[in-house]
Design a protein around this ligand. Structure first.
Ligand SMILES: [Zn+2]
Length: 443
């Protein structure tokens, strides 16, 4: 293997290029422009001998797949799946240019630094290093730099799962995210599952009228506002998962607080005591409903007869579509006479088993950096491309390895947040752990 410092420097340089490409995915088909980072990666792989393929299901929405063929076609294969799109920024909230990729005091700043360009860059460096060295994996090693993860993956892994599964299929998968040290020992978080997602729109109907005489009006905006308030106050039944219980057990909390955090009857009064982890604690134990887009009215002197509210609903394992619609009807109560619930998108929660050779290799990789640490399986409250694999029964984990300066609260806050950044020490730990893991699993 190449000098670890060299691999770290290569990853830092590649990461900075990927950040500067600013592949911002705002959810519209023509955003993203992932082709820019695909070109960067093609340049990075030039002369490595790697087999490359590029797909582009929509102009600019490109993904690149690199493969090293294993020596034994029957041996298990491993895919490293990294997205190259990033979410938009609120420039006013940033202390530095989010797309300049400045390196300051050992940290690289920029949108996507943590989510998940440092991992995508690390994967690329590891596979190129193996391609150019003497090690021959038994099974295939695949690297996929994919588009559109931040908006449902319909131009990325979702599209390839339907049309080009041959490119990205594998026996085991690594993707985002993980690696934050938790507790005193510490435990290193690894995402083994994620909540499911449901999409619903409330369509609210009122009666139009003149805005100069609002008394007694059936204003769709007012009804929608009441609906949003009720959904914000609604609490779905608490569900304490085995993963949440495990997570609480490693935090090193006073026994009395740990007990309340795992008691369905008392958790709601205890989550606020977790500070920056409170939102995560709540989302880990509830199916959540977040009203995120409201639309009503077109003219300031017309009482609107129509309003819509788009909901982001994240479901815990075991919750189905009928339960989601039941929660909505229950929360909205008699308002339902003016409201229609539209949409049927539903994807159940997914989880991979942890008794796999890949999980064992990750544990060994972590132990090299943190001798007393163990790997903590976490159920992510957000989504990732891992779900496309888990649904087909393929174990997929979110992995990374961060330095001691990180805690799980900060880690979560920087995802899609202001001043996103990653430190060079974490990049060094991650590249080294990935390199070790790939060689373990494919030896
Ligand atoms: Zn991500």
């Amino acid at each position: 293997m190449t000098d670890p410092d060299v691999l770290t420097r290569q990853t830092v340089d590649l990461l900075r290029d990927l950040i500067r490409n600013a592949c911002v995915n705002d959810g519209t088909p023509d955003s993203g422009g992932e082709i820019r980072s695909v070109r960067t990666l093609e340049g990075f792989f030039a002369g490595s001998g790697l087999e490359l393929e590029v797909v582009e299901p929509h102009p600019g929405r490109a993904s690149l797949i690199a493969r090293i063929r294993g020596t034994d076609p029957a041996a298990p294969s491993l895919a490293l799946v990294g997205h190259i799109d990033v979410v938009p920024v609120d420039r006013d909230g940033w202390s530095r240019d989010p797309f300049a990729a400045e390196l300051v005091d050992g940290e690289i700043w920029g949108r996507g630094a943590l989510d998940m360009l440092y991992l995508t860059a690390s994967y690329a460096v590891v596979i190129r290093d193996i391609a150019m060295g003497p090690f021959r994996p038994r099974g295939d090693l695949i690297f996929a730099a994919v588009a559109d993860e931040e908006s449902g993956s319909r131009f990325g892994v979702g599209w390839m799962t339907e049309h080009r599964l041959d490119l990205i299929d594998a026996s085991f998968v690594l993707t985002e995210s993980g690696g934050a040290p938790v507790g005193v020992r510490p435990s290193i978080t690894t995402t083994v599952g994620e909540k499911g997602i449901a999409g619903r729109r409330l369509v609210v109907r009122g009666t139009p009228g003149h805005g100069s005489a609002p008394w007694g009006a059936r204003n769709a905006a007012v009804i929608a506002a009441e609906a949003v308030g009720r959904l914000a106050r609604f609490e779905a039944p608490v569900q304490i998962t085995a993963d949440w219980r495990h997570y609480v057990s490693v935090l090193g909390l006073p026994a009395e607080l740990a007990e309340r955090l795992t008691d369905p009857a008392r958790i709601d009064d205890a989550v606020h005591e977790l500070g920056s982890l409170a939102g995560f604690a709540h989302a880990s134990s509830h199916t959540t409903i977040s009203p995120n887009i409201m639309r009503a009215g077109e003219k300031e002197n017309v009482i609107p007869s129509l309003a819509t509210v788009d909901l982001d609903i994240r479901v815990l394992p075991g919750v189905d579509a009928a339960q989601v619609d039941g929660y909505l009807r229950h929360a909205l109560g008699e308002l339902m006479v003016d409201i229609e619930i539209v949409g049927d998108r539903f994807e159940a929660a997914t989880r991979s088993p942890v008794d796999t050779p890949l999980f064992a290799a990750l544990s060994a990789a972590v132990a090299r950096a943190y001798p007393n640490a163990d790997l903590l399986p976490v159920l992510s409250v957000g989504g990732s491309d891992a779900r496309f694999y888990r649904r087909r029964g393929i174990p997929a984990y979110g992995f990374g390895l961060l330095s001691r300066r990180w805690d799980y609260g900060t880690f979560r806050m920087l995802f899609h947040g202001n001043d996103e950044r990653i430190d060079v020490d974490s990049i060094a730990l991650t590249v080294s752990a990935l390199d070790f893991t790939v060689r373990e699993v494919l030896a």
